[in-house]
Design a protein around this ligand. Structure first.
Ligand code: 4AD
Ligand code: MG
Length: 478
């Protein structure tokens, strides 16, 4: 097996004989010697391969161009150049896969993010995207580790479902019926009885309702799965297919839920600070450079790593929705009529309001609780005031809502009443209501949008650049 570059760069010894495979980033040099920067994806750094004229003619190296895949054997030597301790003195070199320099798009120069999105199948070969996807992996691993260490069970909830957990109706339909001529009922509606499942089905918008069934037996569960929303929001924060982590815990109330979410986010960020140093330093430089190009009032004064360190070392601000409305109504932008959307009790907060609270007023993450029942989902527990629900949203700077969750309505009669008000047919949701009929208890949970967390940790401005294969309106390449 060939050795990976990450271990060579950190612990390679002079004189060690090696075989190494990877992709050429650059080749430079003179008539006598060529220096090949080789990358194998194991880390940001390249291994410098030295191919001297005694072993290799110009003809031998003609296909060693940017993007080509090569296999090199040789011995490690102390490097003359700065930035690396060792380099590989090549004795044998094979080109495994050529990359025609005239048509290979990922040439060693700065490419715009738009260009990389247009070449999403090859953008893994760039330092930025490779760093982002290594961090994405580390975050995914940290999430499973966090829950496993705390006695949670990972529950796989269905991707094809018959229910709309969020009640927002933004679902992708799953059907095997012919699009041009589906069977019709007498009333002229599509007859799903003749479809594969015998009923109307969709791609899931959330695994929460099923996770609740698990939590009321296994105690602590979490889901980590693909989630689909057909909302036509062409923003830098929305995907039609994203990954969501949804813990659900029996006996937790709203306060326990907030504590869990805050510990969880801090753990994930700390895990990356501890394990992704090289990639974070690289992305920090990129982040600072890009911030410099923004107008002064939109610029982050802090570097990426500094922002991450602040997350782990400060407690999140916790305020109720009613307090948030008060803060906003006493703010400068409100008084100067700078907000585009109205700020009044009973309307949802818009991203301009969230940004003001997080970035200007508190200067740290904010957890907003106890929203009006009117614009939150049916399953949230009604508070004593009869107007608000035990909901919580966590807002991060530059991202907005990163987590949404609540204590769940565990009282059968209140839940049934709520479902009536929301026009949710109780017969179809018998399985959900049964948890309230049989051994109901206080329980809570939340959903973390995985890509929004990856965005925050990597400092990437567009959510399309933190998922390998983004799905957005009019974009489902491959
Ligand atoms: O606030 P949401 O809609 O909450 C739920 O789905 C609940 N069932 C969660 C729960 O309590 N178990 O979504 C949760 C999070 C949001 O805070 C956001 O981070 C992310 O999912 N999210 C999206 N991320 C990317 N693209 C989209 N279109 C998203 N919609 C929500
Ligand atoms: Mg939400």
């Amino acid at each position: 097996m060939s050795t990976v570059i990450k271990s060579i760069l950190s612990e390679g010894k002079e004189g060690e004989k090696l075989v190494i495979k990877g992709w050429v980033r650059t080749k430079r040099g003179s008539k006598n010697v060529s220096f090949i920067a080789l990358n194998d994806g194991s880390c940001l750094g390249n291994l410098q391969v030295v191919a001297a004229v005694e072993h290799f003619s110009e003809e031998d190296l003609k296909d060693v161009t940017t993007g080509a895949c090569i296999e090199v054997s040789g011995a490690l030597a102390a490097s003359q150049g700065s930035g690396q301790a060792v380099e590989l003195i090549a004795e044998e070199l094979k080109v495994l896969g050529k990359a025609d320099p005239d048509s290979f798009p990922m040439q060693p120069k700065k490419h715009s993010m738009e260009f990389l999105r247009e070449h999403a199948h090859l953008r893994f070969r760039t330092n930025t995207m490779a760093a982002v996807f290594r961090i994405r992996h580390n975050l995914s691993f940290a999430i499973h580790k966090f829950f496993n260490d705390r006695g949670f069970y990972n529950l796989h909830t269905p991707i094809i479902t018959g229910s709309d957990a969020e009640g927002a109706g933004e679902m992708f339909r799953v059907t095997t019926l012919p699009a041009d001529n589906p069977p019709k009922t007498e009333e002229g509606a599509v007859n799903y009885a003749e479809d594969f499942f015998g009923k109307e089905t969709n791609l899931t918008v959330s695994g929460q309702l099923e996770a609740e069934l698990g939590a009321l037996a296994l105690g602590k569960v979490y889901t980590f799965g693909p989630t689909f929303r057909a909302e036509n929001s062409n923003t830098t924060r929305h995907l039609a297919e994203f990954w969501m982590i949804e813990p659900e815990v029996a006996f937790n109330d709203l306060k326990d839920n907030m504590d869990l979410a805050e510990d969880f986010l801090k753990y994930c960020v700390q895990y990356c600070l501890d394990n992704c140093q090289e990639d974070l330093e690289f992305l920090d430089k990129r982040f600072v450079d890009l911030e410099k190009q923004k107008p002064a009032n939109e610029r982050s004064e802090k570097g990426l790593i500094e922002r991450l360190q602040e997350i782990v070392s400060n407690s999140f601000e916790r305020i109720t929705y009613t307090e948030a409305i008060n803060v906003l109504q006493n703010s400068k932008p409100y008084k100067k009529k700078k907000f585009k959307y109205p700020v009044e009790w009973g309307t949802d907060l818009q991203s301009e309001h969230e940004r003001y609270l997080v970035e200007k007023h508190f200067g740290k993450p904010v957890i907003i609780t106890d929203y009006p029942a009117s614009f939150k989902a049916f399953y949230m527990r009604l508070n004593e005031d009869g107007q608000t629900v035990a909901a919580m949203d966590i807002l991060f700077s530059g991202i907005g809502e990163i987590v949404g969750g609540s204590q769940r309505e565990e009282r059968l009669d209140v839940l049934e009443q709520k479902m009536k008000e929301f026009d949710i047919p109780a017969e179809e949701m018998y399985w959900y209501l049964d948890t309230r009929r049989f051994g109901t208890c206080v329980h809570s949970g939340f959903g973390l949008g995985f890509e929004r967390l990856v965005q925050f940790v990597t400092g990437m401005g567009n959510i399309r650049d933190v998922i390998p294969f983004p799905r957005t309106p009019k974009n489902a390449e491959f």
